[in-house]
Ligand binder design. Structure first.
Ligand SMILES: [Zn+2]
Length: 57
């Protein structure tokens, strides 16, 4: 467990907390967005390769 800084109120909050206890900032939304972007990036690489292979075959 470590502490992260709340982007809204700058309070140090446990990284296991889903929201800031002071201002109620939702950390879960940001975490989900990050994992979604990584997922998108991960799957776009083989997708681009398949498109390139189709273009040059
Ligand atoms: Zn906060």
């Amino acid at each position: 467990m470590s502490l992260i800084k709340c982007p809204e109120c700058n309070k140090m909050v446990s990284n296991t907390a889903n929201e800031c206890p002071k201002c109620g900032y939702d950390f879960q939304v940001k975490r989900d967005l990050n994992s979604f972007l990584i997922y998108l990036l991960f799957w776009s690489i083989p997708g681009i390769l398949v498109i390139l292979m189709m273009l040059f075959s």
